[in-house]
Design a protein around this ligand. Structure first.
Ligand code: DGY
Length: 322
């Protein structure tokens, strides 16, 4: 019997593919670091029964309408703002994502970013490397405390709750804003639910873990930054699109807020000359929230298992439900 054709939009280690080789006919963009060009993708999907894609691919209506055999899109990310879910549903194309396996790893990174921004870790590292360390002095590279400070988590999903658990260990009072209340987090972590504006006013650290949707686009705008404390530190590990980056730049440059830790940007990769990247009070990372070898491997295997489930006539393990 003819095996389903699965197009992989990036070169994936062979050891991940081997266990699935009897089930699938793999076609692959043979580059590890460069995304598949749009015109190539538009061409190859014409034949594909399944696609394993990354957040670098825009799986939009045009592409889905160009893919007459496509049954499933397995996105190697928990976020799926790169996919037109409505168009996929209209065409009965299943979309899957990779929740759960990346929760703790992403929370680790979010917390690392928070500590790095608060305690000026990157600046301090650069200071030594630049040969600037001549003397110890009382306020040399003095940052902000973390313990005892209030963390405000915007988007209390799985990753938000994991960040909250870490914050509890640091002795931080936890506040959160979410579409719905989280009684478990309120009971177990002592987290207090707050309206968005109230959280912005109260929090010492505002952490964005909110998915990018039409409602959350540029949620963190000039108005939002103006509501924050001047000592506030803003952390974003969700999507760059939830932030108005011009407003963030001005807020940081004019000391409306104190600092930021950013793993995600409106446009990725962000240019090294982007004004945000040039600020001393910003720690920037290249979207590495889930980037541990263990977790990235689990994400790829989950994509494969989702594809296998669909083509075995079973329900996908982690379908995107809208
Ligand atoms: C996701 O999964 O959505 C992350 O942003 C990539 O790890």
């Amino acid at each position: 019997m003819k095996k389903p054709i699965i197009y992989l939009t990036r070169k994936i280690p062979n050891e991940i593919l081997v266990p699935y080789q009897d089930s699938f006919d793999f076609r692959m963009w043979e580059e590890e670091e460069t995304p598949v060009p749009r015109d190539v993708l538009l061409e190859v999907v014409k034949e594909a029964d399944g696609v394993l894609c990354l957040l670098t691919e825009n799986i939009d209506r045009e592409l889905l309408e160009n893919a007459p055999h496509l049954k499933v899109v397995a996105n190697m990310a928990v976020g799926y703002d790169n996919i037109d879910i409505e168009a996929a549903q209209e065409k009965d194309i299943i979309v899957t994502n990779t929740p759960d396996v990346l929760t703790e790893t992403t929370a680790d990174l979010a917390f690392s970013l928070l500590t790095a921004a608060a305690r000026r870790i990157v600046e301090a590292n650069d200071y030594i490397r630049a040969g600037k360390w001549d003397h110890w002095s009382p306020y040399l590279l003095a940052g902000s405390d973390i313990h005892g400070k209030k963390v405000g988590i915007v988007g209390m999903g799985r990753i938000g709750e994991s960040i909250a658990r870490r914050a509890k260990g640091f002795g931080m009072p936890i506040m959160y804003h979410n579409r719905s209340r989280k009684p478990g987090a309120e009971k177990d972590l002592g987290a207090s639910y707050m309206g968005f504006d109230e959280l912005l006013r109260e929090a010492d650290f505002v952490v964005s873990v909110i998915p990018l949707t039409t409602e959350t686009k540029k949620l963190f705008n000039k108005d939002a930054f103006q509501k924050m404390k001047t000592s506030a530190i803003f952390i974003n590990v969700s999507r760059g699109g939830v932030v108005d980056e011009k407003a963030l730049y001005h807020a940081l440059n004019e000391n409306t807020i104190h600092a930021a830790g950013l793993d995600v940007f409106e446009e990725e990769p962000i240019d090294a000359n982007h004004p945000l990247v040039k600020l001393d009070n910003v720690v920037c990372l290249p979207h590495i929230g889930s980037a541990s070898v263990e977790t990235r491997t689990k994400m790829l295997k989950l994509c494969m298992d989702n594809l296998l489930a669909v083509f075995s006539g079973e329900s996908p393990i982690t379908p995107v439900k809208n």
